[in-house]
Design a protein around this ligand. Structure first.
Ligand code: OOG
Ligand code: MG
Length: 262
């Protein structure tokens, strides 16, 4: 794939986000034979277009790290993308459905490292040694693709459906063992919609960071320190609608509450 084609597809995905219009997945016609590496090149170009527009990256994020998510999306490989500052939503605040195409929410554990990490060769004990604290989070997904139907390269190019993120302000110093046991319940209008636990993410949420460090290492990039990194949805994502009250209750991490307006 040449530079012009990468730019063309990145702009196509950016336009879908800006216009809040769901669109054909890129493997349908634009790039049917695309590789994983090319998909990440498109994602990088897409993120650069946003940076050129004055937007700023906040933190990396993982996706498709739990069986619940892999099954729901019918993609069986973990991925990474980036949360931008413009995507941040304040905890106990509200969101407007009109800002999204077809938003879904999913509870996640976000981890903060003491020092940056760079693969290759990063192991679980490297990440455990650098674990500073964890915070609860809720990701707001908004795939640019029609009906959330995509293949692995499609969702990578689309910056892993990222469109919103809520992080609790409560820092919790959990041991890796307790991180695995941490439970979460997602309620909408008081009704339980999903539940999960830390073990859902690769059996150990810090393994998501191992994956990220070794993947980013391939292009000489590092996992940043002092910023919360979402390790991937522990449950299937849930569709939201105007009027919904979203409540996420964690066992020890801070609770998250968001009101959905039209
Ligand atoms: C892709 C993004 C996956 C996660 O936590 O698994 C993701 C999607 O489900 O649209 O962020
Ligand atoms: Mg997610």
């Amino acid at each position: 794939m040449d530079k012009d084609q990468i730019l063309d597809i990145a702009q196509y995905l950016y336009d879908a986000e800006l216009n809040r219009q769901e669109t054909d997945k890129i493997t349908l016609q634009k790039a049917p034979e695309i590789s994983i590496a090319e998909a990440y090149q498109i994602q990088k170009q897409l993120n650069q277009l946003k940076v050129a527009d004055g937007q700023k990256i906040y933190a990396p994020k993982l996706g498709l790290t739990s069986p619940a998510k892999m099954k729901q999306m019918n993609v069986d490989h973990p991925i990474y993308g980036y949360v931008f500052y413009y995507m941040l939503v304040k905890n106990f605040g509200e969101i407007h459905l009109r800002d999204y195409i077809h938003a879904r929410v999913e509870p996640e554990i976000a981890v903060v490292l003491k020092n940056e990490l760079q693969g290759p060769g990063i192991t679980l004990s490297d990440v455990e040694n650098q674990l500073d604290y964890v915070v609860s989070s809720l990701e707001i997904l908004d795939s640019r693709y029609r009906n959330y139907e995509f293949t692995l390269p499609d969702v990578i190019a689309d910056n892993t459906s990222a469109r919103g993120a809520v992080y609790s302000e409560e820092k919790v110093y959990l041991s890796p063992r307790d991180l695995i046991k941490e439970t979460v319940v997602l309620r909408i209008n008081g009704e339980m919609k999903a539940k999960g636990n830390g073990a859902a993410v690769f059996g150990h949420p810090l393994k998501a960071i191992v994956f990220l460090a070794n993947e980013l290492g391939k292009s000489g990039e590092k996992v940043p320190a002092n910023i919360p990194i979402m390790t991937g949805g522990m449950t299937a994502a849930v569709e939201i609608k105007a009027g919904d009250l979203i409540e996420v209750e964690y066992e020890t991490l801070g609770d998250i509450k968001i009101q959905v307006k039209s």
